[in-house]
Design a protein around this ligand. Sequence first.
Ligand SMILES: Nc1nc2c(c(=O)[nH]1)N[C@H]1C(S)=C(S)[C@@H](COP(=O)(O)OP(=O)(O)OC[C@H]3O[C@@H](n4cnc5c(=O)[nH]c(N)nc54)[C@H](O)[C@@H]3O)O[C@H]1N2
Ligand SMILES: Nc1nc2c(c(=O)[nH]1)N[C@H]1C(S)=C(S)[C@@H](COP(=O)(O)OP(=O)(O)OC[C@H]3O[C@@H](n4cnc5c(=O)[nH]c(N)nc54)[C@H](O)[C@@H]3O)O[C@H]1N2
Ligand code: SF4
Ligand SMILES: [Mo]
Length: 733
Amino acid sequence: MSRLEQYAGMSHVAVVTGACPHDCPDTCAWQVAVDRRTGRAVDIWGHPQHPITRGRLCGKVDRYLERVYHPDRLTRPLKRVGPKGSGQFVPVTWEEAITEIAGRLADVIGTYGPEAVLPYSYAGTMGLLQGEGMAQRFFNRMGASRLARTICSAAGFQGYRYTLGAAVGMEMESFARARLILLWGTNTLTSNLHLWPFIQEARGQGARVIVIDPVCTRTARAGDEWLPIRPGTDGALALAMMHVIVNEELHDAEYVDRFTLGFDQLRQRVQAWPPERAEAITGIPAERIRRLAREYATTQPAAIRINYGLQRHAGGGMAVRTITCLPALVGAWRYEGGGLQLSTSGAFPFDFRPLYRPDLLHGRLPRTINMIRLGDALSLDPARLARAHYCPRPVDSPPPSDKAGPPVKALIVYNSNPAAVAPDQQAVLAGLSRDDLFTVVLDHFQTDTADYADFVLPATTQLEHWDLVKPYGHYYLSLNRPAIAPVGQAQPNSEIFRRLAAALGFDDPCFQEEDITILRAFVEAQTHPVFATITWEALLERGFVRLNVPTPYLPFAEGRFPTPSGKCEFYSESMAQDGYDPLPTWTPPASSGGPEEALWCLSAPAHSFLNTTFVNVDRLRQREGEPVLHMHPEDARARGITEGDTVHVWNAHGHVELRAVLTEAIVRGVVWAPSIWWNKLTPDGRNINQVTSQEEADMGGGARFYDVRVWVELTTPPSIPVEHRGNAVRLET
Ligand SMILES: Nc1nc2c(c(=O)[nH]1)N[C@H]1C(S)=C(S)[C@@H](COP(=O)(O)OP(=O)(O)OC[C@H]3O[C@@H](n4cnc5c(=O)[nH]c(N)nc54)[C@H](O)[C@@H]3O)O[C@H]1N2
Ligand SMILES: Nc1nc2c(c(=O)[nH]1)N[C@H]1C(S)=C(S)[C@@H](COP(=O)(O)OP(=O)(O)OC[C@H]3O[C@@H](n4cnc5c(=O)[nH]c(N)nc54)[C@H](O)[C@@H]3O)O[C@H]1N2
Ligand code: SF4
Ligand SMILES: [Mo]
């Protein structure tokens, strides 16, 4: 009996449909059972009819109710009384909080101008309304600095776009039809779980699964073959594959001829990439590369899933740009089950103007700050502030220091936890510690970031508000209905920005619209034909609706690439104009050629966390145990490290203590610290972003989280300055 049937007979239980808000390609639809008598949610499960969710949530969101009703949920606005970072706060009323925040913001704007206010947000919720909906209206009206949201996918996204035109790709369902599947720089069983059943279906019909990763992840163990690769070398592997495919004439000449641009130049380019050259770079034997190329070209349909892991390097954009040439070369896009997926978000060409209201800028063009440079942005040194300006391409350059604009004097954080997730943590914490910086944090919990706030405002969770959730791994848009009343005095982000707008005297009627009105108007304003199926009524009735694309969806079977030429661009004139090599190439990682004894540090997701979300849910944190560092036994032996030792991990940026786990399931010279821990829930009050850098990747101003070298040694832990520790919140009531 399904859970829906189980509850159907209980008149005191209401079942409400919603959607998981987390930053995950699966965007599950869920059902929540609510006890009408108490108004409490009592159960949550995956929507059985959703074609991707198919009745199952992941192990994290299965525990969503524990997060919603967590004893540490923020239930009242808080005002800081101790030093920044100390976590000492007292409760205040909403009215006091809003009035004082508005007053402080008005002062900053009056003295320094609106660009001195910086919003900081990412994907705590992927909901369009509680994400950027009302926030954009608010910051547009204000004329605040803009934020380039680059922390996750900017480099790969741009590389993908140069080759294919838009972030459109294979649909998840079609992986079931593949005969060969390359999981390339992605830990599917951890970060894209709902793809797995389709992969298993394909394997049931004989498909092989090859996992290309420096770490033998649980996905690599579950696949048919693990190809251990050195980090940041995927572009070289793809070039050598193309070398073999082209020289052995295994490419699909007809597809190439009709639907691609620049094959002759590509053919010449790959001559420089014999597999022996790639072997020296990637660590994968040349003969194995040859076999992979032949297998890939001759087994159709062949599917590639790349994800964001492989683009968190200096050459991450180019790596994605190069790999995405492969399916067109072998004609894989022709077939159901063939092609590639990075993201599907480009298939949703929303007109965001009715939601974000860019017209409220009234012609102003505020500076744009790159979010991964938060440490620099919060510096009072104008040269560092200038560097924090968003410069996504080689042809862009930061302004001179005297044109960097006002220092950031107010920071408004929502849907993000930069004290833990942003690179170069010491620089970030130094900025957040500034006494002259006014910081407001909207969140569900007293996060590491909230410890540095002047005001902390309690936000609602997905069970408590309306939203519309756009996926990036499939083609179904979801509506989230609130299942319960807000916990305590929590308010949706939309309402918090509405109240701040009112207190600042922003009188445009858009600041009075109710959530449901905004969402409905947004849906009804869409005119692109792919939204023809997506009506407000259908969303209300079913909860999720497929885009108006054919089933099965083969986006590039007949070419029609949304590039300037309409073809898959092996040669890209846009790249030349933007300052890049117009042909596929390999851009070495920044950390290559570093000292031999320094190890390469990856900090890809821990299985039981979602970025820093869920780290404070006890049962999930207990599953992860403690912050660890996976390392090869030989790397350990060379340093006198044995299993279970506490190791000191450091570089020029900072340092952190981790527990060593020795495993042969990792490329020598590479270490992996599953992430992202809350600083204050670790033994030394720090996490791995102590050692990551603010430097950008090659494209889109993206982050380089995995292009990092560290020294690892067995030492007694150094003493940690107390101001960098953060404590649990102490309420003085
Ligand atoms: N459980 C869980 N799920 C998540 C998240 C989470 O934190 N936890 N985070 C969500 C978010 S925000 C995102 S962006 C996605 C990320 O989803 P993925 O991109 O799948 O995740 P990553 O762990 O970043 O990268 C996957 C793999 O890339 C490998 N890798 C690192 N560098 C390289 C390289 O240079 N080449 C190759 N070939 N592999 C490399 C890592 O070892 C890792 O195993 O997952 C989402 N889902
Ligand atoms: N070292 C290292 N660092 C990384 C990564 C890595 O792999 N390694 N991954 C990077 C990636 S891919 C990403 S996407 C970023 C993620 O960075 P973030 O998007 O900052 O991710 P989270 O840590 O999940 O923080 C989201 C916060 O939003 C809050 N939140 C959720 N819903 C709401 C809401 O409705 N309202 C409000 N006000 N708050 C809400 C949550 O409680 C949580 O504290 O981290 C990056 N940092
Ligand atoms: S985190 Fe991902 S897998 Fe888990 S419920 Fe949400 S969308 Fe589904
Ligand atoms: Mo991400």
